[in-house]
Design a protein around this ligand. Sequence first.
Ligand code: MRU
Length: 352
Amino acid sequence: MVKAIEWKDGKVIMLDQSKLPIEVQYIECTNYEIIAEGIRKLWIRGAPAIGIAAAMGIALGVQDIKAKSYKELIKGLDPVFNTLLLTRPTAVNIKWAVERIKKFLRDNKNESVQRLKELLIEEAQKIHKEDIEVNKAIGRWGSQFIKDGDTVLTHCNAGSLATGGYGTATAPILVAMEQGKKIQVIADETRPVLQGARLTAWELMQAGVPVTLITDNSAGALMKKGEIDLAIVGTDRTVRNGDVANKIGTYSVAVLCKEHKIPFYVAAPMSSIDFSIPKGDRIPIEERSAEEVTHVFNKCQIAPDGVRVRNMAFDVTPAKYITAIITERGAFRPKDLRKLMKKDINLDEIRL
Ligand code: MRU
């Protein structure tokens, strides 16, 4: 499967997803500023992938800090953390990665500065590797919801390109196929940046998954015809009450699913769950440039000059539309999600 990001020989190699599927171009990142630029410009995108990119950005950033002590090193890292945190607001994974690295540094504060620099490279690579394992576990828990012969609708791209590998929403599909089930995927094109058309269709075709591309406004008609059995999407931030932020248009898909009695699942690694926020209306929603709407691929103009544009990159789907949230720890009803905050919880009591 195609890799979105990789640590190689002291550099970060990032696939420039903004050019896919027309060009497959890799960017060599040698400092954290390039990583931040790549996150902002969607060279790398998808919540878990930008979390991994942030961790690798920190590992690059720390190498250039001239510090003699732990305290100086932490001070030197401040601008690195802040730059990365300010790139994109909705996905919680950047904050998750920064907090994990801060804790890692505290836990290893007695190491020398040089050793800490080496350890941060290892930790960033560990975060990457763990994400792939997390996705495989999501796949194992999620495959139970897919029957032989099912057609699965997905929105945006929550596949290999959006993660360390294997994907979140795509993982149950891949596992179901490994189990011998015959599955088809319908991919929403996902305006305005077309992650469904450019990325999901592209990567699923490469993985040998039968995929059909539809315009975003086709899903309802296909549901009415009985051509969709279930929907699985990813998430940028899922909060305590089970409300889910994901790519704009996800909410409409969820409402349509409810109307047609089609199960609607969210694949959510624990790194995308933000227990600090009680409900979805508190999730910051990124608004992006008008050009993403008025132009295709930043080139071809499709709207009149000067037209007023509103370009919200994400929406929030209320928990009541969600059949289950599939994590690496199991699949749960949205109302049970908050129970995962407790350390002594018996997961078998709440797992689906
Ligand atoms: O703007 P993007 O492309 O970063 O948005 C990505 C999504 O909304 C994905 O569905 C989400 O991050 C889940 S990725 C496993």
